[in-house]
Design a protein around this ligand. Structure first.
Ligand SMILES: C[S@@+](CC[C@H](N)C(=O)[O-])C[C@H]1O[C@@H](n2cnc3c(N)ncnc32)[C@H](O)[C@@H]1O
Length: 207
């Protein structure tokens, strides 16, 4: 997986994406992820890899300042179409592995279904943590390999084909966050969908 491929594949996905990942099943999962999310009044929120904006409908904090980045212009276009009258959402085409924001620019960073997609998830995590305010939160909904378990043979066989479609089913969140455990504390890791394949993860930046 690389940025050129991701941009191309998600440009192709854009018109159909919501039929799968904004379906009733995923919408229910997304609602679970946002339930009790620590988003205080007036928060500065960053959506990383916002895609078609499927999560934006779940934001109830109308007074927040929302920035949403993605590498695919067509995915961003779908999100912009839904929120063209919004005064408080800024959409930007940007690589999640090299963000142009200053350190500690956001109170909460939401990275749903993107850590399993970016070419370098460890670098992406570093950037997410960098732009999060100290004591701020990082909310992740994504599919990860279960901790301390090897990937099944079936998944090992289909992994390259799924990667071709723009996502990796074999990433370990424990490995991705390991370099940053002095900077973030894991507050939650809850199974949400498909027997725990998709999880809600909540981190807090501690220093
Ligand atoms: C599976 S979609 C998830 C979209 C949305 N977050 C959601 O929950 O439906 C992955 C998104 O990540 C974006 N993406 C892939 N690589 C990226 C990168 N390096 N930087 C920013 N966004 C990227 C894709 O364009 C796509 O919109």
């Amino acid at each position: 997986m690389n940025n050129t491929w991701n941009k191309m594949i998600y440009n192709l996905w854009a018109p159909f994406y919501d039929s799968f990942f904004n379906s009733a099943l995923f919408l229910q999962a997304r609602k679970t992820v946002f339930k009790d999310a620590p988003i205080p009044l007036g928060s500065r929120i960053l959506f990383v890899g916002v895609g078609t904006g499927a999560d934006l409908q779940l934001l109830t904090q109308k007074d927040s300042t929302v920035t949403a980045i993605d590498i695919s212009p067509n995915m961003l276009q779908q999100a912009k179409k839904k929120y063209e009258h919004s005064q408080t959402i800024t959409f930007m085409e940007m690589d999640a592995q090299h963000m142009s924001f200053s350190d500690e620019s956001f109170d909460i960073v939401i990275a749903n279904l993107v850590v399993s997609v970016v070419p370098d998830p460890i670098l992406c995590m570093k950037e997410i943590i960098r732009v999060t305010q100290k004591e701020g939160y990082i909310l992740i909904f994504d599919k990860f390999q279960p901790d301390n378990k090897k990937l099944s043979i079936g998944k090992r066989i289909i992994r390259p084909f799924i990667s071709f479609l723009g996502t990796d089913i074999g990433r370990s969140f424990a490995e991705i966050v390991a370099p940053y455990l002095e900077t973030v504390k894991q507050l939650e890791s809850t199974p949400v969908l498909f027997n725990g394949m998709y999880r809600k993860i909540l981190l807090q930046k501690i220093r």
